[in-house]
Design a protein around this ligand. Structure first.
Ligand code: GUE
Length: 284
């Protein structure tokens, strides 16, 4: 028996088709959602991701606002663009593509953003709202993972979930989402200081592998029937994506998200959800 596929690409397409209708309804009310992106530097990976986000916007009818700065841009120059998008009524939500070049104070840039235009859900105010159980745009990758699990009917309530990784975009917010009363999962967070990762993994009903360590999760570590989400992105010598999950896990798991084609497209779809929801709030 091989695992059922948690198809992020197909699920994202379904979300985008729902959003297309909601964007059309907003336009009837005279509101056009607009997603802004701030890209600093010429990293080909970042350029590709940002281009993908604008392609998604075009598909669902969201306007695109693109700002690009050279790798040599100063802190003040980047902050000026953040202020500009904060003020721009056509920009209903935006992201600052991370990472920023060395020497730039990333947290200062993020704090300067208008939290109500934070499409990533990573502004300190919105992370704080998440901790306080207040409504806020949710971090895209963790929320995309939940949406994917729900779409396929994987039981979250009462599940033992192991999150591997403690990064700001996935590892840290993921347990906050999973332990809300609406989700009611039990979460163990593992990281490089974890003494016996395999022992934790073996007990998990759901594994979220977001460590960025190629093939970290091996078939012998996975409980038969578990749901395994592969969030890691490493690159092989040939430039191919290598996930955090060993391919052999597909023979043991009950559910597995492919990589690419799993969590990545869901992240992009949730970004659009945040933009549309912010526009709906402002439309009243
Ligand atoms: N402010 C900010 N917000 C982000 O959300 C953000 C960021 N900065 N910096 C970089 C990471 C990375 N990220 C990805 C999103 C989608 C795919 C994606 O859709 N990947 C495709 C494959 C793409 C390929 O083949 O290279 C897939 O998984 O199927 C990948 C990576 C968002 N990030």
């Amino acid at each position: 028996m091989t695992a059922q596929i948690l198809d992020g690409k197909a699920t994202a397409a379904a979300i985008k088709s729902d959003l297309t209708a909601r964007v059309a309804a907003l336009k009837e009310k005279g509101v056009t959602p607009g997603l802004g992106t701030i890209l600093v530097g010429e990293d080909p990976g970042s350029q590709k991701y940002v281009a993908g986000k604008h392609r998604d916007c075009a598909q669902v009818g969201i306007a695109s606002i693109q700002r690009e700065l050279p790798a040599t841009a100063t802190q003040e120059e980047i902050e000026a663009v953040v202020r500009e998008l904060n003020e721009d009524p056509a920009c209903t939500g935006y992201i600052v593509q991370l990472p920023l070049p060395r020497g730039i104070d990333e947290n200062r840039i993020l704090e300067l953003m208008d939290p109500d235009k934070d499409a990533d859900g990573l502004h300190p105010m919105n992370l704080g709202r998440l901790v306080l159980n207040e409504p806020a745009p949710l971090p895209c990758t963790p929320n995309g993972i939940l949406t994917l699990l729900r779409h396929y009917g994987v039981e979250i309530k009462g599940a033992e979930v192991v999150v591997v990784g403690r990064g700001v975009t996935i590892g840290r917010p993921m347990p906050l989402l999973l332990t809300r009363r609406s989700e009611n999962a039990t979460v163990t967070q593992c990281h490089t200081g974890t003494r016996d990762l395999a022992a934790h993994l073996k007990r998990a009903d759901i594994i979220v592998a977001a460590a960025g360590s190629a093939h970290l999760v091996r078939p012998e570590d996975v409980k038969p029937g578990a749901a395994v989400l592969d969030v890691g992105v490493s690159r092989s010598a040939e430039g191919k994506i290598v996930g955090d999950v060993h391919p052999g896990v597909a023979e043991v798991a009950g559910w597995i998200s492919p990589n690419p084609g799993g969590v990545g497209p869901m992240t992009r779809a949730q970004l659009l959800v945040n933009v549309v929801e912010a526009a709906e709030r402002s439309a009243g």
